[in-house]
Design a protein. Sequence first.
Length: 105
Amino acid sequence: MANFAVIETGGKQYKVASGQKIKVEKLDAETSGNFVFDKVLLLGDEESGDAKIGTPNVEGAKVEAKVLRQARDKKKIVFRYHSKTRYRKKKGHRQLFTEVEITKI
């Protein structure tokens, strides 16, 4: 049985364990529903030091998660500035995300 896994979603990789809450790129899933991550890159066991590495994905492995909420992140300020030319542009961006809790590896 694996203690942790490395999954890929939204072009990023996350090391996850059971019971962990993470924020990932927006997923097409309803709140309080379940979601299955099937792109599992690695399964590992920290006690024994065993690891199962996929090429590129581990065959038959999946990580199940419960969708907690869909929301927008805090505002990030995007500021462009060119010195000596009076060029300034300021705009904000709020990224959509999905918060999930890992239930089973």
